[in-house]
Design a protein around this ligand. Structure first.
Ligand SMILES: [Zn+2]
Ligand SMILES: [Zn+2]
Length: 232
């Protein structure tokens, strides 16, 4: 589910809503292009909304344009090459679940391999590849445990990996920090917002008309306007 679920892609702005002169790959000589950043006050902290030249929108707080997927993703955490998908607002908890499952899987393999010293020494003698499997499981367990510990810290602080790397709130309080319990609740248990891009409609239209069409934005967001959720 972490790989197949929409991570929270933000629909692009309707090109027709922009002036033709401003659509030349964002390299027009217009003095107003690209539009300047906007600022939004979230829980008393001023948050900068940068303009995305590709999507032609002012990015919602905590979103980022993924260069691999070529989309702006809400509450962007990272682009994970293992699942070939962005990790963001709508699939972060499933990504954590995937890591927990993988950790349990490798722990189970290691237990089967090395639980009994006599059996293990016999297996290593009779089947040397057993040792490689046990070593691989041990290394995978160490990596996954460190990764999970890191994400447990991020969940407790309500930060994304991207925010931790960039550190946008070093000089000001984190406007999204609700305390440990509130942060865990928001990251793992709060109801997820519906997808903002209707991929099924695009696929059906392509099937019906045999032509490629752009996915349409879901709901009332087809003008690219942003819903900033908890912003005040
Ligand atoms: Zn973008
Ligand atoms: Zn991505």
């Amino acid at each position: 589910m972490a790989a197949t679920r929409d991570p929270g892609i933000i629909p692009r702005n309707n090109p027709a809503a922009l002036s033709p002169s401003s659509l030349e790959d964002g390299t027009t000589d217009s003095a107003t292009w690209p539009p300047p950043s906007r600022f939004l006050v979230v829980n008393g902290v001023e948050v900068r909304l940068k303009f995305c030249r590709t999507c032609k929108i002012h990015r919602a707080p905590r979103s980022y344009h993924c260069a691999v997927c070529d989309n702006c993703v809400g509450k962007f955490d990272q682009h994970c090459p293992w699942i070939s998908q962005c990790v963001g607002l709508r699939n972060y908890r499933f990504y954590l679940l995937l890591m927990c499952s993988a950790l349990a899987f490798y722990a189970f393999i290691l237990k089967l391999d090395a639980a009994n010293a006599e059996v293990f020494s016999y297996l290593v003698t009779a089947l040397p590849e057993t040792f490689a499997l046990a070593a691989l499981s041990f290394m995978a367990m160490c990596v996954l445990a460190c990764l999970l510990a890191s994400h447990a810290f991020l969940v407790a602080k309500n930060k994304t990996s991207h925010e931790r790397y960039k550190g946008p709130y070093r000089s000001s309080p984190d406007p999204y920090d609700k305390g440990v319990v509130g942060n865990i609740k928001e990251c793992l248990f709060d109801k997820l917002p519906p997808p903002r891009v209707d991929f099924r409609a695009a696929a059906e239209a392509e099937q019906n008309f045999g032509s490629s069409v752009q996915p349409s934005a879901g709901g009332d967001n087809d003008d690219g306007e942003l819903n900033f959720g908890s912003s005040r």
